[in-house]
Design a protein around this ligand. Structure first.
Ligand code: ZN
Length: 276
C-alpha cells in the first residue's frame, strides 16, 4: 500500500474566492496571496493519486486563525466520501471549549486526527497547556493523531517557515507520551537528535513526515533521517499540491533505500501513525 500522508485540500469556495480569504487570514495571505500558488480540491486529488498509483492520501486542513474558518474547512472535509482518504480536522486551540467540541464532532464522524496544526499561524505556543491539554486528551481518548507543522531553526527563509523548532516539539512530545504525533517536514531536524542515546526511548509516540522535502533538503535526508531516528518513524508525504505526488514519489525512490525501509516509509508507518 502506498500512502501520501501529507496532502492539503481546500473547500471549493476558498479556491474560488481566494482574495477574500487572503484578506481574512495572515498565514493564508503569506502562503496563497500569489495567484500562481495552487489550491487543490478533491476533483484534482483523485486523478493525481491514480497517476502516481497512490492508494490512500491523508488530507490535512489549513491552520486558520479563526475558529469559524476552521469549522468551514472541517465541514468540507466531512462531505468527502472516499475509501482512499483519511481526513484531519483543524481547530483554533485558543477557542477552548468551542475548539474541543468541534474536534470531538470531527473525530466522532471518522476523522483520523487533527492537523496540520501550526503554532505560528494560529498564535498559540505548544507550551500553552491550557490551550493544548484538553485537545490532547480528546485525541488520546479517540485514538486520533496530531500532525504538527515544524520548521528548521537554521537555513533559508521561505513563506511558511515558522518558529516551531525541534526543541519545542521534543518538549511537547515528552509531555504527552500517549499522543501519537507526526512532526511534518522532518520535524525541523529533530531526527538528528535521536543519535543522543537517551532521546529515542523517551519518545515512543513521535513520527516524522517528508512533506516538501525537495524544497528543504537534498535526497540524502531520507537515508540520514531514517538511520538516525529509526526506519519505523519516517512517513512519506508530498505536501500536494505544493509538490506533485508523482514527482515526490520519484524523488523518494531515487534515494536508494533498501526495499523494506522504502515499504515502511511509503505505507506501513503511515498506517501505524494514522491507524489506516
Ligand atoms: Zn507544514
Amino acid at each position: 500500500m502506498i500512502v501520501d500522508a501529507h496532502v492539503h485540500l481546500f473547500p471549493p469556495r476558498v479556491a474560488a474566492e481566494r482574495a477574500q480569504y487572503v484578506a481574512q487570514d495572515a498565514w493564508f495571505n503569506q502562503l496563497y496571496a500569489r495567484p500562481g500558488v495552487r489550491l487543490a480540491t478533491m476533483e484534482e486529488l483523485l486523478p493525481s493519486m491514480d497517476a502516481a498509483r497512490i492508494d490512500c492520501s491523508v488530507v490535512a486542513a489549513f491552520p486558520w486563525a479563526d475558529q469559524a474558518l476552521c469549522e468551514e474547512h472541517n465541514a468540507y472535509y466531512r462531505t468527502l466520501k472516499s475509501e482512499r482518504l483519511a481526513r484531519l480536522a483543524v481547530v483554533q486551540p485558543r477557542a477552548r471549549q468551542r475548539a474541543l467540541d468541534e474536534l470531538r464532532r470531527c473525530l466522532d464522524s471518522g476523522f483520523a486526527g487533527l492537523g496540520e496544526m501550526n503554532v505560528d499561524a494560529q498564535g498559540v505556543e505548544l507550551a500553552d497547556d491550557d490551550a493544548w491539554g484538553p485537545l490532547v486528551e480528546c485525541l488520546v481518548e479517540a485514538g486520533g493523531t496530531l500532525l504538527l507543522h515544524a520548521s528548521e531553526p537554521v537555513g533559508h527563509d521561505y513563506p511558511g517557515k515558522g518558529r516551531n523548532t525541534p526543541d519545542k516539539i521534543y518538549a511537547f512530545a515528552l509531555k504527552y507520551p500517549e499522543l501519537r504525533i507526526v512532526a511534518a517536514h522532518w520535524g525541523g531536524g529533530l531526527p538528528f537528535y535521536y543519535l543522543m542515546p537517551e532521546l529515542g526511548p523517551t519518545l515512543p509516540n513521535l513520527y516524522f513526515d517528508s512533506a516538501a522535502t525537495e524544497y528543504l533538503y537534498d535526497v540524502r535526508v531520507f537515508p540520514t533521517a531514517i538511520a538516525a531516528a529509526g526506519p519505523e518513524r519516517a512517513i512519506f508525504g508530498s505536501d500536494f499540491p505544493l509538490l506533485g505526488q508523482d514527482r515526490s514519489l520519484k524523488h523518494v525512490r531515487s534515494a536508494g533505500l533498501p526495499a523494506e525501509t522504502l515499504a515502511a516509509l511509503l505505507g506501513d508507518n503511515a498506517a501505524s501513525a494514522y491507524r489506516l
